[in-house]
Write a protein that binds this ligand. Sequence first.
Ligand SMILES: Nc1ncnc2c1ncn2[C@@H]1O[C@H](COP(=O)(O)OP(=O)(O)OP(=O)(O)O)[C@@H](O)[C@H]1O
Length: 258
Amino acid sequence: MQTTLTKTQNIYDVKDFNLWYGSNQALKNITLELGEKQVSAIIGPSGCGKSTFIKTLNLMSKLNPSIRMAGELNFRGENLLTSSMDLADLRKTVGMVFQKPNPFPKSIYENVAYGPRIHGIRNKKELDEIVETSLKGAFLWTEVKDRLNKNAMGLSGGQQQRLCIARALATKPDVLLMDEPTSALDPLSTTKIEELITSLRETYSIVIVTHNMQQAARISDETAFFYMGELIEKGSTQHIFSNPDHKRTEDYISGHFG
Ligand SMILES: Nc1ncnc2c1ncn2[C@@H]1O[C@H](COP(=O)(O)OP(=O)(O)OP(=O)(O)O)[C@@H](O)[C@H]1O
């Protein structure tokens, strides 16, 4: 469990947020704030809406035409549901890492340089610097610095996931969304990613969906518990794991259901 940081401001302020897949309502009246430069964990049983929620934070949900959203999804004070913010700009600021590592079938270098190139950086020296800084930031540099031109698909699963984190860091985001980033990894790779998240928390606001209670307890500052599309409670991780307000939260954390 992380020591509490002095909270400067909230990066997200979600109010009365609802989401439907066709006629099926997956998120119901969600109201919560997500703090800047801290790790916020989203937990809850399968199907409670965790992935749906995290995907709305960079409007990935807009890719699915059956989805309808209502309410407020304020990012730095701007409601993403009504704002004209460019989606590419939003996704540059709000990076995402998925459950299964998904590097491009290109070289390690090209995976990291891809985002900055799309955003107009052409200078080789500048790209070299971004690639090195991002790989260092993702704790991968020493393992790959001598084979940057080798295909990323030749890396181990854990290395691929750290490469995906480096790829997200390369566009200099403020927020990192991580949807079960370690569920496909072995325990050693999981530990490395957890250490990485703890180090990134100094610089980035991180939101992580996890099924792993110990992981949420180890790395997050705040935890939100979702159940059947509703937010049951959210608070400091210490509070949620030691003395939650709701019995359902306690039952879930103690393994009585889910
Ligand atoms: N693409 C989709 N189309 C229609 N319904 C969906 C879609 N994705 C999710 N749902 C529904 O939305 C609800 C929430 O699903 P979601 O995947 O967000 O839950 P989750 O908590 O992330 O689950 P898990 O822990 O199993 O990944 C479920 O009822 C699910 O069936």
